[in-house]
Ligand binder design. Structure first.
Ligand SMILES: Nc1ncnc2c1ncn2[C@@H]1O[C@H](COP(=O)(O)OP(=O)(O)OP(=O)(O)O)[C@@H](O)[C@H]1O
Ligand SMILES: [Mg+2]
Length: 254
């Protein structure tokens, strides 16, 4: 099996707290992999280590055959790793299109000017925000800001896209729209790792699911295997999700 992303013993400590602890994980090209686990399990921290927002305290991150441990976020972006943020934070005074163009330039995907603007418009059309292109980002609703976040990450022309709770706070219609967007991105061949509390989304999108608990990877398997795994049920799923496909028991929606 070829590997796009490989984590070996990845650990990140904050003082005495091991937020991520000895994580080994291989992601193959084209996989859509779900990363689930309780609040505070270390999911966002793991994404922050992969994207260079936080340094790994120990362990190795390999991407596309190269050691990328300790790269800066812009360097990771230029290698083809893009992510969305759980807390969306566009530049509020800039227009929607300018935010996307800035992301494209950050990742070195395009040059400043017309090329960046055209690139931005293309991605805004894809996520259904073209008509908002010239509005200030501060005027967007939460659902629109989540779509802007997706457009920004796509503007980096990623090989690997890390999605951190892109559906949190959205209503059912908005979640369905996001789901079809994510399917479209996967169909283009982009490898996706998605952090998500909505089990309906994880189960319908992912070919494989991995589970973090207290910073450790406690399970990895097909959706079928994961929902039957007693450790995962105990640590995270509870029993309620099975009925309605909603968020796992007691988890906040970010
Ligand atoms: N910058 C930081 N400084 C100190 N502690 C941090 C920092 N970032 C995260 N932590 C701690 O690391 C642990 C893991 O946090 P993280 O945000 O990765 O969890 P998560 O799985 O993404 O949770 P959620 O589902 O609520 O988003 C938590 O105990 C958190 O308080
Ligand atoms: Mg998180």
């Amino acid at each position: 099996m070829t590997t796009l992303l490989q984590l070996e013993g990845v650990t990140r400590q904050f003082g005495g707290l091991k937020a991520v602890s000895g994580v080994d994980l291989s992601v193959a090209p084209g996989e859509v992999i779900g990363l689930i686990g309780p609040n505070g399990a270390g999911k966002t921290t793991l994404v922050n280590v992969i994207t260079g927002v936080h340094r790994a305290s120990s362990g190795i991150v390999r991407f596309d055959g190269e050691d990328v441990t300790g790269l800066k976020p812009f360097q990771a972006a230029r290698r083809g790793i893009a992510r969305t943020f759980q807390i969306v934070q566009p530049f509020p005074e800039m227009t929607v299109a300018e935010n996307v163009a800035a992301a494209a330039m950050f990742a070195g995907a395009v040059r400043y000017g017309d090329e960046a603007n055209a690139e931005a418009l293309g991605h805004l059309r894809f996520v259904g925000l073209a008509e908002m292109a010239d509005k200030r980002a501060s005027s967007l609703t939460l659902a629109m800001r989540k779509r802007l976040e997706l457009a920004k990450s796509l503007a980096m022309r990623p090989k690997l896209l890390l999605l951190d709770e892109v559906n949190a706070g959205l209503n059912a219609t908005e979640v369905d729209h996001a789901l079809s967007l994510i399917r479209g991105i996967a169909a283009r061949g982009v490898t996706i790792l998605i952090i998500e509390h909505l089990m309906k989304v994880v189960l319908s999108l992912c070919t494989r699911i991995v589970v973090l608990h207290h910073g450790e990877l406690i399970a990895s398997g097909t959706p079928q295997e994961i929902v039957q795994d007693p450790r995962v049920i105990q640590a995270y799923l509870g029993r309620r999700y099975a009925a309605g496909g909603e968020a796992a028991e007691g988890q906040s929606h970010g």
